[in-house]
Design a protein around this ligand. Structure first.
Ligand code: AMP
Length: 577
């Protein structure tokens, strides 16, 4: 395929914000592609030259690119730089410069996708002495043979600034649209996504879709050494909610570190983060631990890495650990300064068998059978199998006292579903912020099932200086419609808080009632839990609570005892730390 066809597609994608249309545009391009080009085209569409998990980088910065543009177009580097300062986009600069030099493009051989892709791959491969010169030659060569528009997109790709808005979901839908008839498309989308979860490479998946169809896609298997998309957790509002979600569950410490996916095959070990970055080189200490303390010739296991304070032996912050993750040199030194601990919690593959279809109970047993623990260093995630709230709470408290984030409540019967936040799998429980006692200062009339009741209550914090209540959030959740719906709810929410009885309580205090919006005199104080405090120009107080939920009505508090704007500010500052 001519690279100009790809450049036209980039341009069309840039002009088209609608996702649905974007996948249509890509589907057309994929249909025209030869099988051997498919992988390249899919990667290039996403602005990539290597799949997400590859360690390879192009390593061309603006300065070298300015030199390359200058050499390819014949304009002095100073001129390129001046224009760059004005536009901030070397893609636009090269486009303009080539347009100004029209005559020289007459006898040019047309650029092929394969040539561009090949040169970009080579750029990442050159190493050592003279590598900058070689990179410079490779990039100048393709810019030199490019038309204005083509050069713009080449430069943006090399600098990692393509931004034509091709998210993974769009590629998935485009592959389905290109190679499957409408009546099998839904199935195809699932199969394509599954393939991507396992390979992290839509290029490969597109090739399989075109050549081998659904049968081929269903045969895609994981490939040890290439990371897979991992199982994700859902959030639970409380420990008791989590415990009640499953027939049988395990409670594990939720370690406050970084997830690691560990692969081994033919004596070689790979380590990947949750975002599929390859961190094998940064953690030779972990590679050694895996070699010595995991039985099995081929496996994929998962755990959480923590940074450990060498003096106190207590976990250190995630920021400290991330220094190790990003350190590319002086690694031996960093290992001493920031030693690690790994807590293992799952197994995905062992000696020829994958465990996607196995219940967690079984997976944990397998994991226990292959790990020889090194206490404090390389161990199984601490676990308690119980449904008893008191025991679970004790475990949770201990986890928090040890500076961990909270607990994970895991369904012992759940299967391993890569790439998904599955209902019925893992539930994370961690403390939310300190609750606030706020006044209700407004509401909206509900509609539909809730017609005649107030819903979406506006919360206000007291401004000590003026005595006024300033709005700081809007809340509709945490409430049930009627009393009986709360029956059997053993959570700490008070059963008396429903839309109905809050409406009754607030009605006498209505100040004004315009359309669906009601202003209410601050009289009723409620205790509110929330996710975080954000700065917000939308509320008078300047702050907005994120995801506020009502816990109970504070009958014991008058509005003078409601929380103040000052407390809100203080909590906001604390949270920033
Ligand atoms: P979150 O990032 O809040 O969605 O929580 C999920 C993350 O918690 C996982 O991706 C892991 O990195 C981390 N985690 C810590 N401890 C565990 C554990 N025992 N089981 C599973 N994940 C854990």
């Amino acid at each position: 395929m001519y690279y100009s066809r790809l450049a036209d597609t980039y341009e069309e994608l840039e002009k088209t914000p609608a996702k649905l249309k974007k996948s249509g545009i890509i589907a057309r391009l994929l249909k025209e592609s030869e099988p051997k080009e498919m992988g390249m085209i899919v990667l290039l569409l996403q602005g990539k030259v290597f799949p997400i998990w590859s360690e390879k980088e192009l390593g061309i910065a603006n300065l070298l690119m300015i030199k390359a543009i200058s050499s390819a177009t014949g304009f002095p580097a100073q001129k390129v730089e001046e224009r760059f300062k004005r536009t901030g986009d070397l893609g636009l600069v090269v486009e303009e410069l080539i347009k100004n030099k029209r005559q020289s493009t007459l006898f040019r051989k047309r650029l092929m996708v394969e040539k561009v892709f090949g040169n970009l791959q080579k750029i990442a491969e050159v190493e050592g002495k003279g590598s900058q010169d070689r990179k410079f030659q490779l990039v100048s060569e393709i810019i030199g043979s490019a038309e204005a528009k083509e050069a713009k997109y080449i430069v943006r790709t090399v600098l990692g600034e393509l931004r034509v808005g091709v998210a993974e979901g769009i590629v998935r839908d485009a592959i389905a649209e290109a190679f499957f008839h409408e009546n099998e498309r839904k199935e195809a989308i699932n199969a394509i996504e599954w393939g991507w979860f396992l390979t992290g490479d839509y290029g490969e998946i597109a090739g399989i879709a075109k050549e081998k169809g659904l049968v081929g896609l269903r045969k895609v298997r994981l490939d040890i050494g290439k990371p897979i998309q991992v199982l994700l957790a859902e959030k639970s509002p409380s420990l008791i909610d989590a415990l009640e979600s499953f027939d049988e569950c395990a409670i594990e410490v939720k370690y406050d570190g970084a997830r690691v996916q560990i692969h081994k095959k033919e004596g070689k070990i790979w380590l990947y983060t949750r975002r599929l970055e390859n961190i094998t080189k940064q953690f030779p200490d972990l590679v050694e631990l895996v070699k010595k303390h995991v039985k099995g010739s081929e496996f994929i296991i998962e755990g959480e890495i923590l940074a450990i304070d060498p003096k106190t032996h207590r976990p250190m912050t995630f920021q400290t650990l991330s220094q190790r993750i990003h350190r590319k040199y002086d690694i031996e030194e960093t290992i001493k300064q920031i030693p690690i601990q790994v807590n293992l919690f799952d197994v995905i593959y062992l000696n020829g068998k994958s465990f996607f279809e196995s219940a967690f109970k079984e997976r944990r047993k397998v994991l226990e059978s292959i790990i020889s623990e090194v206490p404090g260093k390389f161990q199984l995630a601490e676990e308690l199998i119980t449904k008893d709230l008191q025991k679970a709470e004790k475990f949770y408290k201990k986890a928090l006292e040890e500076n961990q984030e909270g607990v994970m409540v895991k369904n012992l019967k759940a299967l391993y579903q890569p790439g998904r936040r599955v209902a019925g799998g893992w539930l994370k429980v961690k403390p939310t912020m300190e609750n606030l006692d706020l006044a209700i200062v407004g509401a909206q009339w509900g509609t539909g099932k809730r017609a005649g009741w107030m819903s979406s209550f506006v919360l206000g914090a007291r401004d000590e200086k003026t005595g006024r209540f300033l709005e700081c959030g809007m809340m509709g959740t945490g409430l049930k419609e009627k009393e009986q719906e709360r029956e059997g709810d053993k959570s700490r929410l008070q059963s008396s808080v429903t839309f109905q009885n809050l409406t009754k309580m607030l009605k006498p205090y209505i100040e004004s009632d315009k359309g669906s919006s009601i202003k209410i005199r601050p009289k009723v104080v409620v205790e509110v839990a929330y996710e975080e405090i954000q700065k917000s120009p939308n509320y008078e107080s300047g702050y907005a609570l994120r995801f506020p939920r009502i816990l109970r009505i504070r009958f014991d508090k008058g509005i003078e005892q409601a929380d103040t704007l000052k407390r809100l500010e203080r909590l906001y500052e604390q949270q920033k730390k």
